[in-house]
Design a protein around this ligand. Sequence first.
Ligand SMILES: [Zn+2]
Length: 375
Amino acid sequence: MTTRPITYTLDARDTIIDIEGSWDAFARENQAPQLQIDTVLGRPIFEFFAGSETRSLYRQILDRARQTGNTVEIPFRCDAPDVMRRMQLSIVPVGGGRLRVRSTLLEQQPRIRVDFLDRRAQRSETTVLICSVCRRVAAPSNGWLEPDEAARRFGLFDTDRQPAISERICPSCEHIQAGCRYLVTLTNQAPEQPLPLVVFLHGGAQSSWLLRLHAPPRITEHNALNRDYALVSPVCPSGSSWHDVDLESILAEVMARYPIDPTRIYFTGISAGATAVWNWASTKPDRMAAVVPIAGMLSPNPNMGRFPVWIFHGRNDPVVPLPFISGLLSRLRQVNPRAQTMIYDDGGHDVWSRAYADDALWSWMFQQSAPPPAS
Ligand SMILES: [Zn+2]
């Protein structure tokens, strides 16, 4: 097995435009030994990741390098069931959104075979959490353990059925997300038409890692809606509010880098993110193709009649009680013929899971459009 580093170059849309070094290593790293080099050039890197968790993590790391303009160095593990491999990933922004990605094998050692790392293993009902970066396994009250130590502790050497694997990022590896201001996902990397853009604002303050687990990033990663669109999910860091986040510059970056239809930009958010979406829409009503605030504190404003809006709320919401926004809702019905509301009679604050699982929301949203921007 080769230990030479491999380097490849990605263009601004993550298409592989150059590969140097060992092809075997590239195929192995992407768990796709059947690939041939001539089928890879000119294709998006994300086609070559086996797991959506790994894909999503990698996407976030690339975004961080582009957004900060800094080289990102990440030690990571690429183990086989019976081999420990320590690797180093280096991502260098080289201008124009292009990145040079260098992957180096630092060390590999044989290890006692750990069957749960074998993709073909028979799985049981139980699940173990594995860190996507360092491949350590979460052990209740014992922190994060090496795979063989975890297998010993969980009694996995004496069983035919292995636990299912769920990927997370462990606290020691969380730093890799630092500096990532937003996540971007395109469900079609090479669209023939400009894509509609969905902007999703999360609730409360949280890391970009947790943000990925919310419904819009998750269903977009799997293309569960089976549509062509782009999703941008800005991050409101811990200790900040949406007032502090420069949404305008994030939008400008995304619009410059991807083919986006400026008449089809949709804003949706949950809780504090819904409030932010609503306030944003009221300052730029003519740019809103549609607005979908879910469980937000919404106040009347002079422009609220000027864009399509669908408000979702739970009748028993303890965080933003329905009476807080009922005045707004009745006023909105008078001034905005394109306003809809969905009140879940048995819903609390967390009604967004139901709302985003309802295809009616997405179908309605993607049918709306704004007037073309004045040139
Ligand atoms: Zn880790």
